[in-house]
Ligand binder design. Structure first.
Ligand SMILES: C[S@@+](CC[C@H](N)C(=O)[O-])C[C@H]1O[C@@H](n2cnc3c(N)ncnc32)[C@H](O)[C@@H]1O
Length: 348
């Protein structure tokens, strides 16, 4: 496997992870995802700590894409929707990335194909589950359909959507992303990608740029109850997500951005919740941050609410190798929830 890297040191919290070699190829993306589940928000740490990384060898252009293509083939039998299967095939068609060094604040960061497509939150194929669920609930887009990803984190899955013919917008508050993905907005395959940076939807300019007419509004691992409404005092203020608006305003914003009939899908992979006598893990509380009544008050029809999706998540985790080489014990380490709401189709 051509991708060799020493582990990213993400923060002091990462110290106990010992010998996790998060960078030995895309198979190691699974292990990286595993640690991220345990360590929580990469974005929420100090930027310098979060981005420090030592590099042995940068991934050769094309090497990670080749591994992603293998992952895509492995997850095909798991995926049910015809459109989602086609989306997964796009992994092998991602554009190769030449390694380069960028400055993020005071720190130099190596961006190679591994970091570009999978370095921060793991394989883009993890989006396969939420897309499959969206398809099951009626998302079968035609060319030009619009998708919005709140807290996109990484570009791989967005490009795969664009290569499938869609107009994709991703927003993220992480300041590394506009540097790493400089000049990445624009046409992509038969679709397009628009990357926005800032706190959404608190920043009005982002709302304006995002526009309306979306067929699908996605949030994976971002709208977690624990991040938005922590049940206990978080260990650090960096372990919460600040929307900058009330729940009602957020839901109204999503509603306004969707086309009639458009879907709002929240999907969260999580580690086990902390026992009451242990420090609270915000990212383990993966239920919806909004109640069913709040969705309905905003005008949504709630199709699925806080559905436990542990078994499919574990199946996907296994296919992506999260349980390989001393990684997860999937039965005890991995949990998932999803909620899906629809903006009612307009009455003729
Ligand atoms: C745990 S990561 C999930 C990344 C990606 N969705 C995934 O599942 O791989 C959460 C992401 O949300 C972003 N984020 C948090 N609050 C945000 C906000 N108010 N507006 C935009 N992005 C935000 C973070 O920077 C981070 O990239």
């Amino acid at each position: 496997m051509g991708v060799t890297r020493k582990p990213m040191r993400e923060s002091a919290e990462a110290d106990w992870r010992g010998g996790c070699d998060a960078g030995r190829g895309i198979g190691a993306v699974g292990r990286r995802f595993f640690w991220l589940l345990f360590l929580g928000l990469c974005f929420a740490r100090g930027p310098a700590e979060a981005r420090a990384q030592e590099t042995e060898t940068a991934a050769a252009p094309g090497s990670v894409i080749a591994e992603l293509a293998k992952e895509a083939a492995k997850v095909q039998p798991f995926l049910q929707g015809k459109w989602t299967k086609q989306w997964a095939e796009q992994a092998g068609k991602l554009e190769p990335v030449r390694p380069r060094r960028i400055m993020s604040g005071q720190r130099e960061v190596l961006v190679d194909e591994s970091f570009f497509y999978a370095g921060r939150y793991g394989s883009p194929l993890t989006y396969g589950r939420v897309l499959d669920l969206a398809e099951k609930h009626g998302f079968s887009p035609s060319a030009g359909a619009r998708v919005f990803d709140f807290g996109y984190g990484s570009i791989g899955h967005l490009r795969m959507l664009a290569q499938s013919g869609l107009q994709v917008t991703g927003v993220d508050v992480d300041e590394l992303l506009p540097v790493m993905y400089e000049k990445c907005s624009g046409p992509c395959g038969s679709g397009s990608v628009l990357l926005l940076n800032g706190r959404f939807p608190a920043e009005e300019e982002l709302v304006q740029k995002a526009g309306t007419g979306y067929d699908l509004f996605l949030s994976k691992n971002t709208l977690k109850r624990g991040y938005i409404h922590p049940a206990r005092e978080p260990a650090s203020p960096r372990h919460v997500i600040r929307l900058g608006v009330s729940d009602e305003k957020y839901l109204q914003q999503v509603f306004d951005m969707l086309k009639p009939g458009g879907l709002f899908c929240i999907y969260n992979f999580c580690p086990a919740k902390a026992a009451d006598d242990k420090p609270y893990i915000t990212w383990a509380d993966g239920e919806s941050p909004f109640s069913k009544e709040q969705f309905e008050a905003a005008g949504f029809e709630v199709l699925e609410f806080d559905v436990v999706d542990d078994q499919p998540a574990r199946e996907l985790g296994h296919l992506l190798g999260w349980d390989a080489e001393g990684g997860m014990q999937l039965q005890t380490d991995l949990f998932a929830w999803y909620s899906i709401a629809r903006k009612r189709p307009s009455v003729p």
